[in-house]
Design a protein around this ligand. Structure first.
Ligand SMILES: Nc1ncnc2c1ncn2[C@@H]1O[C@H](COP(=O)(O)OP(=O)(O)OP(=O)(O)O)[C@@H](O)[C@H]1O
Length: 581
């Protein structure tokens, strides 16, 4: 235990020394690949995890959203494979990276492939999805690949189809990563992981990465980790107030449930929030209601949900990340179908569940782990049901040295959940972290009430259903085109537009532009400030991200606030809290 504390102290001191990637022992090829991406200095989690992983230790790493966990495991993992790859030919994969959603698997696959390409090494990377046919899986596994990126359900599928042999996993697997480990079990992968665990060789190095700590992570640790060296980073209680980067300002607006459309319209139409904006709703129908409503005022947005074909979802994400549209309305994950089923009348429930089962992708997930680029504002049109859900949603902004803001619209029936989120985020004795949004005045909201209420009446249930069906039909058609297109032009993002309007009529001129006489002077001033801040932020953000010039540790940087301290003494006694032999 003494040795353990000493090592952790050294790691902490190391953090303050501000070591470079080279000094952490990273291969020059990887360092050059990172420079090409504008990444010059390791983040704190990378600082601690890279040397430990290079040494071959099992690591359980928990660090807040957007803190650079992906490179924290990918860089040392690749380096280890670089050195091993030239020797003997293997019958199975050397590394398996398991992630909870297809979106994340796509993102991780892209990141690994781009590093491999930049470093010009001969490593084959394959992404597997559970919707692949046996023959596609066989093709993807031919070779075999050095690295597999997949959701856990794929592995048992490959094993039972005989396209992956247990013996080759046992013989070849050197590194296993469970990314977003806190979510793998809640996505229902326990049996898949157990089935795979039986074939993992004892010598395999296992890495668990997660943003929040939970019983599920503990369960996975017990299930997967063989190697007795474990690094557990600080427990939730120690850095609770730091779960969301400090440079994300969190606001809330209290309003009637029926005034939510009016409030969001005021925020967007009166320019009180900075773009890009990611808006979360709890159901797909609500997402379409919002889209149709905003459309009538000339505000174009796209909807991202589990119902859409995989290609379309990917393309929407790519276009949004590339800045081709400013407003994205998203539902959390594939489990949205459950919420929707509960909202349907009893008569419809059975039919709905069947439909949901057929059409929705349970491996869909945009909240967890997806790296949205330059989202400034996250709006919770509806609150997520849990504090962990809130943390993950808000974590889509303020990523990697960027600043951001979040605004939650809270109605009376959400007050209890909101209270739970506030107390979860609040450090003991501190004041609330989420504060009232100061820029939206009652006058400003009221000035738009008449128009908003009028328009909201026209967004009927039938209109929503029709639009949802129309959007899905369009996207299915798009999806076929996209598949062919992406195969020949992987970098071309401009083929199809996802934020096109769904209503047949264009927005009426009096709704598209808010006349000056409707906007009170306070709101006009606030809107000017936001625009100025946005113009200034553009420069600051890109400067920070590329340069990393600031020398001192700055609490305001999300990537610099990771602490690798030994937990307090009283916590030490409990089992596997530290690195142990
Ligand atoms: N050392 C670094 N310097 C600057 N940017 C970095 C660095 N490392 C990673 N990033 C960038 O930070 C962003 C967030 O990284 P990443 O997606 O790995 O976060 P995360 O910790 O996995 O978040 P989440 O828990 O939400 O999945 C990415 O855009 C990534 O390219």
């Amino acid at each position: 235990m003494e040795r353990l504390s000493k090592e952790l102290e050294q790691e902490k001191e190391g953090l303050e020394d501000d070591l470079s990637f080279e000094e952490l022992g990273l291969d020059p090829r990887l360092v050059r690949a990172l420079i090409k991406k504008g990444i010059l200095k390791p983040t704190p989690i990378q600082h601690v995890a890279i040397p430990l992983i290079l040494e071959g230790k099992d690591v359980v790493a928990r660090a807040k959203t957007g803190s650079g966990k992906t490179f924290a495991y990918l860089l040392p993992l690749l380096q280890k494979l670089f050195t091993g790859s030239s020797t003997e030919k293997k019958s199975g994969p050397s590394a398996v990276l398991l992630v909870p959603t297809r979106e994340l698997s796509q993102q991780v696959n892209k990141e690994v492939s781009s590093l491999v390409e930049s470093c010009r090494v001969q490593l084959k990377v394959s992404q597997l999805t559970s919707s692949m046919s046996h023959s596609d899986l066989r093709t993807a596994l031919a070779g075999p690949p050095d690295i597999i990126v997949a959701t856990p359900a794929c592995i048992p599928k490959c094993l039972s189809a005989g396209v992956l042999q247990p013996a080759s996993i046992n013989e070849s697997l050197e590194i296993l990563v469970l990314d977003e480990a806190d979510l793998l079990l809640s996505y229902g992968y326990e049996d898949d992981i157990k089935a795979f665990a039986a074939h993992i060789p004892r010598s395999c190095q296992c890495l668990l990465m997660s943003a929040t700590s939970s019983e599920d992570v503990e369960k996975l640790k017990k299930l997967i980790l063989h190697n007795p060296f474990i690094l557990t980073l600080p427990e939730v209680g120690d850095i609770k107030d730091d779960l969301i980067p400090k440079n994300v300002q969190q606001f809330w607006i209290s309003c009637d449930a029926r005034d939510k459309l009016l409030n969001i319209l005021s925020l967007l139409k009166l320019d009180l929030v900075q773009k890009k904006v990611l808006i979360f709703t709890n159901t797909i129908d609500m997402a379409f209601r919002l889209k149709l409503f905003l459309e009538k005022f000339g505000i174009k947005s796209a909807v991202l949900n589990a119902e859409l074909p995989q290609n379309s979802r990917l393309h929407i994400l790519e276009e949004f990340n590339a800045g081709l549209f400013d407003y994205l309305i998203a539902t959390d994950d594939g489990q949205t179908k459950e919420k929707e089923a509960n909202e349907e009348s009893n008569v419809d429930k059975k039919r709905f569940r069947k439909r949901a089962k057929q059409k929705m992708d349970s491996e869909f997930g945009v909240v967890r782990g997806i790296d949205f680029k330059n989202v400034y504002t996250v709006i919770n049109f509806e609150l997520p049901p849990s504090a962990a859900g809130y943390v993950h949603r808000i974590g889509r902004t303020g990523r990697a040295y960027n600043t951001g803001a979040s605004i939650s619209l809270v109605s009376s029936d959400e007050v209890e959940t909101f209270g739970e989120i506030q107390s979860f985020l609040r450090a003991d004795g501190d004041t609330d972290i989420i504060v009232p949004f100061p820029l939206l005045t009652k006058n400003a909201v009221e000035s738009l009430r008449y128009r908003a209420e009028d328009v909201s009446k026209s967004v009927t249930k039938i209109a929503i259903r029709e639009s949802r069906a129309l959007d899905l039909r369009n996207e299915i058609l798009n999806s076929v085109k996209l598949k062919a297109h992406f195969e020949s032009n992987p970098r071309d993002l401009d083929l199809l537009k996802h934020d096109k309007t769904l209503s047949k009529k264009p927005p009426a001129p009096h709704l598209r532009d808010v006349p000056d006489y409707l906007v009170d002077p306070v709101t006009q001033e606030a809107s000017k400030v936001i625009k100025l801040a946005r113009a200034a932020m553009g420069n600051i953000q890109s400067g920070c991200r590329r340069g990393f010039k600031r020398k001192s540790r700055n609490d305001k940087d999300p990537l610099k606030t990771f602490l690798a301290e030994a937990p307090k003494k009283s916590r030490r006694s409990g089992g596997e809290k530290r690195r142990q032999k």
